[in-house]
Design a protein around this ligand. Structure first.
Ligand SMILES: NC(=O)c1ccc[n+]([C@@H]2O[C@H](COP(=O)([O-])OP(=O)(O)OC[C@H]3O[C@@H](n4cnc5c(N)ncnc54)[C@H](O)[C@@H]3O)[C@@H](O)[C@H]2O)c1
Length: 258
């Protein structure tokens, strides 16, 4: 039997990067995937890729920061998908203008907090009752290595949002542990996806980042998706409340190899 046979997985931001790779992997592992995307075209492409590979998926178009849209998206997932067993709150943004606390405009701060933190809250607010009705399951909330480490080149709203995701996930894990729901905060290091590639298009900025990664390279989205699949499946049955770092050794490093 496949690892996610007869399970329904709700994945936000499944049209690109880590979300898309995870959607493909979960579908290959037998899950029916609910692709939740703000970008309809990107979401449709993920559904098509899953179906071409013989998997099952459907699209719900929603902005994770919109209360009514998220409530409806979860309702649709339950009515069409028969419940929710895996909830991957992955959608996130990293916009220009998010810098030091002194320079970051209030509208940028609010936008990042709305998508990255409120979006995860809304996913949990509506997703947890659906998961309890479905007999429990696994929540994976995407934080980041910046939730546990500071940088002198700050992205203050992004970092604050990810710290919030980490703390919120820990609390959810404790509260629902005896009701059959596990919750873990996925903390990727830098991953080669559209979100980061734009930021690292300047070679100096890229070199400054790479020097801090013991492995000396960015992660591939597929490497993060492998961890997501582990957290989603029963292979991680005793894993909950973790700060699940998949970071090429960044958080362990003081001095990196030459
Ligand atoms: N790429 C990295 O280096 C890295 C590192 C650590 C954490 N992360 C986190 O991983 C997650 C995925 O990042 P990625 O690199 O795959 O990004 P990406 O930009 O490749 O994909 C993000 C997807 O989320 C969707 N999205 C954005 N805002 C949305 C909204 N309001 N509602 C619904 N969908 C929305 C986008 O349309 C896009 O398809 C994010 O939470 C990000 O913060 C990324």
């Amino acid at each position: 039997m496949k690892a996610l046979q007869d399970k329904t997985a709700f994945i936000t931001g499944a049209g690109s990067g880590i979300g898309r790779e995870s959607a493909l992997k979960m579908a290959a592992a037998g899950a029916q995937v609910v692709v939740c995307e703000r970008d309809e075209e990107a979401g449709r492409r993920s559904v098509e890729s899953i179906e071409e590979a013989g998997g099952s998926a459907f699209l719900v178009v929603a902005d994770v920061s919109d209360d009514a849209q998220m409530r409806e998206a979860i309702e649709t997932a339950c009515s069409r998908g028969g419940g929710i067993h895996v909830l991957f709150n992955n959608a996130g943004i990293f916009p220009d203008g998010d810098g030091s606390p002194v320079d970051t405009p209030l509208d940028i701060w609010q936008w990042v907090i709305d998508v990255n933190l409120k979006g995860v809250f809304l996913g949990c607010k509506y997703g947890i009752p659906a998961m309890l009705d479905s007999g429990g399951g696994s929540i994976i909330n995407t934080a980041s290595f910046v939730a546990v480490m500071g940088a002198a080149t700050s992205q203050i709203a992004y970092t604050a949002s990810k710290g919030g995701v980490l703390a919120m996930t820990r609390e959810i894990a404790v509260e629902y542990a005896r009701q059959g729901i596990r919750a873990n905060a996925l903390c990727p290091g830098p991953v080669r996806t559209p979100l980061l590639e734009e930021f690292l298009s300047d070679p100096d900025v890229k070199a400054r980042r790479l020097v801090h990664i013991p492995m000396g390279r960015l992660a591939e989205a597929e490497e993060i998706a492998n961890a997501v699949l582990f957290l989603a499946s029963e292979a991680s049955a005793y894993v909950t409340g973790t700060t699940f770092l998949v970071d090429g050794g960044i958080a362990a490093a003081y001095v990196t190899p030459e």
